[in-house]
Design a protein around this ligand. Structure first.
Ligand SMILES: *Cc1c(COP(=O)(O)O)cnc(C)c1O
Length: 481
């Protein structure tokens, strides 16, 4: 039996079953969001699938498991999916991805994954152009998620400004001024987590106020930085959004960069969601000034039609990429011993073993080029605008912001007399019912302390008719309450 597991025939027959099931899944063009199953029930089902027998392979059981796996996922390939920031995946990509898994090529060292490492370098060269950087002054490393990219960038910044901390540790840091960072009030929570890991202390986060478009208000930001300095803090990094998680707002990067430069502060741009829009001729102006950033997080697994993980961390100055993990850049660049060291990303990323995560993106880029991404992104943006204008026409709905990319937040207001508590509560109930009904999947967020419904147009194939059906469902849910 054990021998059989590794045979080509066994591989072929079992894989065929899985591919057939996935083809069936892709053929379903119904509108559906998520088949929500309470945890104890699903746990029971999972245990029932685990009865071992000698009948190998138990094809029926395998089919049942694949079905359950597919059914319990958020239905990203359906137009009922409007809730999260990850796109549907180009369907053949996961099959291509199986190559990396089968030949088992981790990507941290050149000799273990030659093609993945080269693909990373090549994609860095390709995408850097859209940031506006000149190869080879900048560099990019892949990380296991945008959260880790954010953490790594802040670590590099901290070590750059406080090399003594990198050596002596935070507790022996004796200089007067306390390291601090300044962030958008709408920042992703991975930044707070990074502050925790870095030991900076949550008290040393300066929250920068937003304007009515939910972008950092640069004028007031300057005042905040001035007063932080006066109170003995050394703000060494500003973290701005290029596409905030809540509403997709882009901070004014050019003006923030000027502010950061004038104060000698590192500007980190969290473009996990929105950096992909650099590939859209129509939207890229929202990232104006991005080339001044010191570092940029860019998740391809959010908006570029590849599965997780595929995250990139760009540094404007290549040498900075060696600061995060305490490698001396001169050793890397001056050493003649190992010409491949620049290709070994393990020196610059936290991971040792790492997924060969660039291969999927590189393949799509190699075969279809930038144009495919641009067309899909522009469709997604158009859909969100269509929905926004549809909402504006409805008297019982309130829009909360003009969509700067592909996120639209709104509220259902059946009755103008509702208090803000009641209004907030109603949005949460509606969102919960929508998800339970299973036809649509949308999310929620909090804007100015009142809950809001949040739609993300990650699936480019959503139609305005589907959006209207969503609004009808919301009204229907309210009537039933
Ligand atoms: C999703 C997201 C992150 C986190 O990225 P992961 O890849 O999920 O770790 C960080 N910042 C923003 C703005 C995001 O939208």
């Amino acid at each position: 039996m054990i021998e059989k597991l590794f045979t080509p025939d066994f591989f072929r027959s079992v894989s065929g079953v899985i591919i057939d099931k996935l083809t069936q899944y892709l053929s379903d063009d119904s509108i559906r969001g998520l088949c929500f199953i309470p945890q104890p029930e699903l746990k029971q089902q999972v245990k029932e699938m685990m009865q071992f027998n000698d009948n190998m392979p138990d094809i029926e059981r395998l089919k049942q498991i694949v079905e359950r796996y597919v059914e319990t996922g958020i239905q990203v390939h359906s137009t009922g999916y409007m809730g999260r920031q990850f796109t549907p995946v180009v369907p053949f990509i996961p099959v291509f991805e199986a190559i990396g898994a089968l030949v088992n090529q981790p990507a941290s060292l050149y000799e273990a994954g030659q093609l993945p490492n080269i693909a990373e370098r090549v994609m860095s060269e390709e995408l850097g152009k859209y940031i506006g950087w000149e190869y080879p002054n900048y560099d990019m490393i892949t990380t296991s998620g945008g959260s880790l990219a954010n953490l790594t960038a802040l670590l590099a910044a901290r070590n750059h400004f406080f090399p003594e901390i990198a050596k002596k540790g935070m507790c022996r840091w004796t200089k007067q001024r306390v390291p601090a960072i300044a962030i958008s009030a709408d920042i992703h929570y991975s930044i707070q987590k990074s502050v925790s890991v870095l030991g900076l202390g949550s008290q040393n986060i300066i929250t920068l106020p937003l304007n009515e478009k939910r972008q950092i208000d640069v004028h007031r930001a300057k005042q905040c930085l001035d007063s932080a300095e006066n109170s003995g803090l050394h703000v060494f990094a500003i973290v701005a959004n290029a596409g905030s998680t809540a509403t997709g707002a882009f901070d004014p990067l050019d003006r923030l960069a000027a502010l950061a430069r004038s104060k000698k502060i590192w500007l980190h741009v969290d473009g996990a969601h929105g950096a992909s829009f650099l590939l859209s001729t129509k939207i890229k102006h929202r990232l104006k000034g991005i080339h001044h950033a010191d570092s940029l997080t860019w998740d391809a697994h959010k908006m570029l039609f590849v599965p997780p993980l595929c995250s990139m961390l760009f540094y404007r100055n290549k040498e900075m990429s060696y600061k995060a993990y305490g490698q001396d850049a001169s050793y890397i660049f001056d050493s003649q011993h190992n010409p491949y060291i620049e290709y070994d990303s393990a020196y610059r990323s936290f991971e040792c073993t790492k997924r060969p995560m660039m291969m999927n993106l590189w393949l799509l880029w190699a075969v279809f080029g930038k144009q495919m991404f641009e067309q899909l992104l522009d469709k997604a943006v158009k859909n969100s605008l269509d929905f926004y204008y549809e909402l504006k026409k409805q008297k019982d709905f309130e829009t909360l912001h003009y969509p700067q990319a592909n996120i639209v937040c709104f509220r259902y207001i059946p009755n103008k007399q509702l208090s803000s508590e009641k209004l907030s509560e109603l949005q949460l109930i509606i969102r919960k019912k929508i998800v339970e009904n299973g036809r649509f999947f949308i999310s929620k967020t909090n804007l100015d302390n009142i809950a809001a419904l949040r739609t993300v147009f990650s699936n480019p194939f959503i139609t305005i008719e589907t959006c209207r059906e969503l609004l009808d469902e919301i009204r229907w849910i309210y009537q039933k309450l």
